[in-house]
Ligand binder design. Structure first.
Ligand code: GUN
Ligand code: FE
Length: 428
């Protein structure tokens, strides 16, 4: 029997649609060769011979996708939260990322990051590295070995940053990126490359233009930052005065969704024009609520993006966010949506628990294809949750237990099983 063919038994929850949560108590999730054949209250005859992993009264949910996270920022997570974006980058982020020139430091730091990501609720992640090739390749190798499915980007930046992080010029940045792509091509089946212009201010026009060409040549996906902070947006307008909006800068150079799958972090202050462009090009939004709180960036209008049909998922943006908990991320997404509704626009209803769960699983998961749900045909990424440590005298149904886990994961919740594309990861 194929090791990726089995049945998981437990209290199974997954999103079918944005507001539609499927719950099957003591149900059976059938996995054949890593792919879901559906969730059933009793095992269908045709699957009777598959081995059953019985998780008793535990919760079983899809693995989550962290759609935006910075691996090199893990060492200073939870520190330096008293600045806005541009000062935060110069004061905390660029000095730390400069250290990844030294492979010994990078190995130590990335090993901790990968170990912790492996134990987290994320089965998939879209990750920024730094400009450094040996360090980035080490990160890719470790992530691949951990069994997580990820996109990793060697960062491009050739202006407006410290000397220690600036690639010499556009040509050097492009040559180095092409060398990194050649070096890592097909080498790490679980870890794929993604083009990563850090954000428009640190990339010259010639660099963005060259990245657009590299994108076409290799057919690569793209990740960057967009309209996170008001000073940042004003700066982009100064640097690219011809642009009609920040997103138009990426679009102009063929890096905004039309040519390739693209994810933009934040989109807190996107103009109507920008939203229209995102919508037209199917650009993903990585909503990073905790980062937006910590860096005083603002509140992204996620209800609007959902209503406009813009593909949206959640990101921790660690170390803008203090940690990599996707549970915390869901709770924060709900929380900030309530503030947005109350303070900014009363026509945009807060996110529900079902919607936040959808964003963390099926919404963001779609960046990787059919992942983030247990519907038939989806890759089986699964988490087994033990909530017995979150004590209460009250009797709760399965949906209530899931809701409570989102808010109280760190208060006694435990991930006791984790599967990626049907393969079980050993967590200890
Ligand atoms: N914009 C450009 N770089 C970064 C970064 O590292 N974090 C965040 N949150 N925004 C950015
Ligand atoms: Fe970020």
């Amino acid at each position: 029997m194929n090791e990726k063919s089995f049945i998981i038994r437990g209290n199974i929850c997954y999103s079918e649609a944005r507001e539609q949560l499927s719950v099957t108590d003591r149900g059976y999730l059938v996995c054949c060769k890593g792919i879901s054949r559906g969730v059933y209250p009793v095992i269908p005859d045709e699957y009777r011979d598959l081995p059953v992993k019985d998780y008793g009264d535990r919760l079983v949910i899809p693995g989550m996708t962290d759609l935006h996270v910075h691996a090199p920022q893990y060492p200073f997570r939870g520190l330096g939260m008293d600045l806005e974006l541009l000062d935060w980058l110069n004061t905390h982020t660029f000095p730390e990322e400069s250290r990844y020139a030294e492979l010994e430091y990078a190995e130590k730091a990335y090993q901790i990051f990968v170990d912790d990501l492996k134990k987290s609720a994320s089965t998939r992640a879209v990750i920024f590295a730094t400009i450094h090739i040996p360090a980035t390749e080490f990160l890719m190798k470790q992530l691949d070995a951990a069994g997580l499915k990820t996109y990793v980007g060697k960062v491009n930046m050739d202006q407006n940053c410290t000397d220690t992080l600036r690639e010499k010029d556009a040509e050097a940045s492009l040559d180095r990126t092409a060398a990194w792509l050649r070096e890592t091509a097909e080498k790490y089946p679980n870890t794929r490359p993604i083009l990563t212009p850090r954000f428009a201010p640190t990339c010259s026009g010639p660099l963005l233009e060259g990245l657009g060409k590299l994108q076409k040549k290799y057919g690569l996906p793209v990740q960057s930052h967009l309209s996170e902070n008001l000073s940042e947006i004003a700066w982009v307008q100064e640097l690219f005065p011809w642009s009609s909006c920040y997103g138009n800068v990426y679009e102009h150079y063929g890096l905004f969704g039309k040519e390739a799958k693209t994810v933009m972090a934040h989109c807190v202050h996107s103009s109507d024009r920008e939203v229209e462009l995102m919508k037209r090009n199917g650009v993903y939004v990585a909503h990073c609520p905790q980062s937006n709180i910590n860096l005083s960036s603002g509140i992204a209008p996620i209800r609007r993006y959902l209503e406009e049909g813009i593909p949206t998922g959640l990101g921790t943006d660690m170390a803008g966010g203090a940690n990599m908990s996707m549970f915390r991320c869901m709770a924060d997404a709900i929380g900030v949506s309530k503030l947005y509704w109350r303070l900014a626009d009363q026509s945009r209803k807060p996110l529900t628990m079902e919607e936040a769960f959808f964003l963390a699983t099926k919404g963001g998961g779609s960046f990787f294809g059919k992942t983030g749900s247990f519907e038939e045909g989806y890759e089986v990424d699964a988490l087994v949750l033990d909530d017995s440590g979150i004590r209460t005298a009250k009797e709760l149904n399965t949906k209530e237990r899931l809701e409570r886990y989102i808010y109280l994961a760190e208060e006694g919740g435990q991930i006791v099983g984790k599967y990626v594309a049907g393969k079980e990861l050993l967590l200890s």
